[in-house]
Write a protein that binds this ligand. Structure first.
Ligand SMILES: [Zn+2]
Length: 91
């Protein structure tokens, strides 16, 4: 039996500089570390008008299933475009 839950689906994208990003619920995250058999991701955006990083975090399993979604976002969702089947974050 296949269970589909859109809320927990993730996608991958590239940043303008070619870094790998994970997209969840329209927000982009970059991998910070590997801990206790899980990946730990941080939101890539900064708070508008400051240089402070958004504090939202995400925990996934090794096969990128979202376990936990911590903290709120203080900015709008980033914009993405598609280039040859690759999703690229514009800003
Ligand atoms: Zn954020």
């Amino acid at each position: 039996m296949k269970i589909t839950c859109l809320h927990f689906s993730v996608e991958f994208a590239l940043s303008q500089r070619g870094g790998r990003l994970l997209i969840f619920n329209g927000y982009s995250y970059s991998m910070q570390k590997f801990k206790n058999d899980n990946f730990y991701w941080r939101c890539t955006m900064v708070q508008p008008g400051t240089a402070k990083r958004c504090t939202a975090k995400l925990f996934t399993t090794l096969d990128y299933k979202v376990i936990d979604d911590v903290g709120g976002h203080c900015h709008k969702k980033p914009k993405f475009t598609k280039r040859n089947d690759t999703i690229v974050r514009i800003y």
